[in-house]
Every structure is written in C-alpha cells, then in structure tokens.
Design a protein around this ligand. Structure first.
Ligand code: ADP
Ligand code: MG
Length: 250
C-alpha cells in the first residue's frame, strides 16, 4: 500500500526579522508513523510544530496537510480549517482553561470547534478521560490536578477532536520527574492504537523506543533523519554523535 503523507513540509523557511530560525526544512509524517524531532534548545523544533498548526506564519515554502497546501495564498478557507482540525497539539504547559472543569475543558471545546451537541460531547469526554485514566477527575478544576494529570487532560481534549495526527511539544518537560512516566505511558498507548504522532522530546530513551523515525535538528536545519536504530546506534555525522552522547549521559 502506498503511504499517505499526513504532514509534509517543503523548503520551509521561517525568520523573525533577520533571524533565520528554520532554513530549508523538508520532512513528512506518513499515516500511522511516529516521528520524533530532537536537537539542542533553540534548534527550531517548536517553531516547526507551530508552523504546521498555523500558530506561526511562514516566510517561504509549503506546509501540506493530507496533500492540501495550506500556505498557498489561494487556499480555500474551509479546507484550511478542516485540515487544521486534523491536527491535535499538546503543549509543554498544558494550556487548559483554568476556569473550567475537566469536563468542560473537553465539552466546550467540542461544542465550539465542532458544533457537537452536549450529550454527544459528554460521551466523548467520558471516553477520552477513560482512555487517559482520569474518569474520576471529570468534575475537578485544573488547579486541583497534578502536572501529569493536567497533561493527560490536555491529551484527552486534543484526542476528543479526533485528529489524524497528534503533535507533542515537549509534553513532559514541565513535569516533576516522578510524573513523567504517566504521560509517556499515555503516548505509548496511543502508539498501540496506531495514532500518527510527531513528537518533540528530550526524553531520549523514550524517543528511541517509540519512534519509527527520528529527525535530528540544529540551528534551524535537519542534520540527520533515519529510523530510530539508525540514529541511536549508527549516527552518520560526528555532530549527531556528540549531541546524543551529551544528552544521553546527562
Ligand atoms: P526549540 O523548540 O528547538 O528550542 P524554537 O523553535 O523555540 O526552538 O526557537 C528557535 C529560534 O527561534 C530560537 O532562536 C528562538 O529564540 C527564536 N524564536 C522563537 N520564537 C520567536 C519569536 N516569537 N520571536 C523571535 N524569535 C523567536
Ligand atoms: Mg521548543
């Protein structure tokens, strides 16, 4: 079967003023794949994810979702909206609505974004909270949850919109070490469910274990891309070797 590209970036360039933060990025994520982006802080990893979900405008190049070029000036606005709804983003700092219960974080999002009626939205919310193991927290508010629980709610909320791809931007780096595993375990569960994912993470053992492919970045450029074992066992460039040595042994 021919693979289907969920995300494709072609010659993507992004600059802030004179500062070129993405130079010429070409990458793709196929349906069913788990792809991770690693690299030193400031490489442009978050900017890539933010360009994909249209939180940042791009300087040049193309962002395609399921074959639709969203950066084409003439793109149909409806199609662009539909395609962006196929992405679910999870941020380092959770971004839950603090004044809403866990239930309403999900239900109101579904109502606003997908115009789903309350009964159906409630059902989806329950199913998703069940998936992340937080059914008993449905009536709690975010400030009554641990960081790990907040992140699991954020994942449930993103999944509730039934995206075709989940994007994770350092989902565990704001968490106390003892809470990291509960979030990584949810992502492992999503892999079992064959959910397509693009993950930015500094958890090298996790990246190594979960990724079908790994992209190594530095200073706005892709240094190397390969299967998890190619990158971790047999990196081609000295620079990637050094980066892996410092992060794995730190
Ligand atoms: P990473 O996620 O790999 O740590 P980022 O994508 O956050 O890297 O940042 C890449 C570069 O872009 C950094 O040099 C950062 O300072 C710069 N940058 C990010 N966001 C902005 C912004 N809103 N304005 C100006 N520069 C930015
Ligand atoms: Mg970042």
């Amino acid at each position: 079967m021919e693979s289907e590209k969920i995300i494709e970036l072609k010659n993507l360039k992004k600059q802030y003023g004179d500062n070129v933060v993405l130079k010429n990025i070409n990458l793709h994520v196929d349906r069913g794949e788990v792809v991770s982006i690693i690299g030193p802080s400031g490489s442009g990893k978050s900017t890539i994810l933010r360009c994909i979900v249209d939180l940042e405008s791009i300087t040049s190049g193309e962002v395609l979702i399921e074959g639709n070029n969203l950066t084409d000036k003439n793109v149909d606005k409806k199609i662009k909206k539909q395609m962006l709804l196929k992405t679910g983003m999870v941020f380092q700092t959770f971004n839950l609505f603090p004044h809403m219960s866990v239930r309403n974080n999900i239900v109101k999002t579904l109502k606003v974004v997908k115009k789903i009626d309350v009964t159906e939205a409630e059902n989806i919310a329950k199913n998703m909270l069940d998936l992340v193991g937080l059914s008993d927290k449905i009536d709690n508010f975010p400030n009554q949850l641990s960081g790990g629980q907040k992140q699991r709610v954020a994942i449930a909320r993103a999944l509730a919109l039934q995206p075709d791809i989940m994007l994770f931007d350092e989902p565990t780096s704001a968490l106390d070490p003892e809470l990291v595993k509960e979030v990584l375990d949810i992502i492992r569960k999503l892999k079992e469910k064959k959910i397509t994912m693009l993950i930015v993470s500094h958890e090298m053992n996790f990246v190594r274990e979960i990724s079908d492919r790994v992209i190594v970045m530095e200073k706005g450029e892709i240094l190397e891309t390969g299967t998890s074992s190619q990158i971790f066992e047999n990196p081609l460039s000295q620079r990637v070797k050094e980066f892996l040595n410092t992060t794995i042994n730190s």
